[in-house]
Design a protein. Structure first.
Length: 363
């Protein structure tokens, strides 16, 4: 199978090349069949997962314009637009806007009229003093989706800390493997387990609910970590570093490129009364010249893992273990091939809802 990629053209555009889950024309057709069969939610999930796979192909800080006349590239754009509408219809206006903004970056000529849809998101997110109901009525009248009727109500929102409200109402306790319970300080009567991790997630990734995080947690619960040095790359909330420390690891190093994650990690580490985790701001370049780690955890995404694996390998000794997730089952061959080329041996993988986690050992 050909590796998915963005192929540059003579016209300074890019064509999306890929097979299987990266054949976006087939994915688009499949989601339409799902909708016709009444499987709307499944179709929405499929479109968003397709967007996530596509996003991994786009290099950071580079301008990428997709070739509209290329079938697979056009299908990728159509999937992004459709996912933006999906999110708009469930009132996730911020995600809808983010998808449409990306759509316009990839297709500056706006073949799919994403700018008109984006206006709805901007209106939905505007502050009260900027709200113009007459403009909203005009846009609703000309909503660019045939056969769709848009109804709305206007209500002044309460003055609340909405991030705090999200935490209270949507971040629910989770128990993994009957051994680890993850919850926040406001949760009461939580299940009693061997390991209890307190997390205030704020804007950082890593509550244990996502399949990638829960899969790595399951790996760590099975691993022998006592007295071992651990690196948690892309630490998010540092939930994985905290569990490693609780299971006897130390010292533990947690690294993230996002300063919000770094600050949140430090708060969570203090909350759990852990004193052997060091949190650093940066990327894999921070690893240069470091002594080897006994265990490396990297829950990021496929492209970053493939790019950073040589830096991880340089920080491993014979017998060092690495646990990786943040990619799909169909991505395992790419991860495995790269890791084995660096001297690692594949041990096993686990999967959950098509998300994968792998374990390898340095030979």
């Amino acid at each position: 199978m050909q590796n998915p990629c963005l192929n540059p053209t003579a016209d300074q555009t890019y064509e999306v090349i890929g097979e299987g889950p990266y054949n976006f024309a087939k994915v688009l057709a499949r989601t339409r069949e799902m909708e016709r069969a009444g499987n709307v939610e499944e179709a929405c999930n499929e479109r968003f997962q397709a967007f996530q796979r596509f996003a991994e192909l786009v290099p950071e800080d580079e301008e990428v314009n997709l070739e509209w006349n290329h079938r697979n590239s056009r299908a990728a754009l159509e999937l992004i637009r459709a996912s933006a509408i999906d999110h708009f219809l469930i009132n996730d206006f911020e995600m809808s806007a983010a998808l449409l903004e990306l759509l316009l970056e990839l297709d500056p000529e706006d073949h799919l009229e994403g700018s008109e849809l984006l206006a709805f998101d901007y209106l939905a997110m505007d502050e009260q003093e900027l709200f113009d109901e007459e403009a909203l009525k005009e846009m609703v009248t000309g909503f660019p989706l045939p056969g769709t009727t848009v109804e709305y109500t206007v209500k002044e929102a309460e003055d609340k800390n909405w991030n705090e409200e999200w935490e209270k109402n949507f971040f629910q306790p989770i128990v993994i493997g009957d051994r680890c319970c993850i919850h926040s300080t406001f949760h009461k009567d939580t299940p009693k387990t061997e390991y209890e991790i307190l997390i205030n997630p704020q804007m950082a990734f890593g509550t244990g609910h996502h399949e990638t995080t829960s899969s790595i947690i399951s790996e760590l619960l099975d691993a022998d970590l006592k007295g071992k040095s651990v690196l948690d790359m892309g630490c998010g909330t540092s939930i994985l570093a905290i569990l490693a420390s609780m299971r006897g690891a130390g010292p533990v190093t947690a690294i993230d490129i996002d300063d919000w994650c770094v600050n949140n990690s430090r708060d969570n580490i203090t909350l759990n009364q852990i004193d052997n985790i060091t949190v650093e701001l940066g990327d894999a370049r921070l690893l240069e010249g470091r002594p080897p780690f006994d265990v490396i955890i990297a829950n990021i995404n496929r492209n970053i893992l493939l790019a950073d694996l040589p830096r991880y390998a340089a920080c491993m000794h014979p017998g060092s273990e690495i646990f990786m997730s943040g990619f799909y089952v169909q991505d395992i061959p790419f991860i495995r091939e790269k890791a084995e080329s660096l001297g690692m041996e594949f041990v096993h993988h686990r999967e959950k809802n098509n998300w994968a986690a792998v374990k390898l050992i340095m030979k």
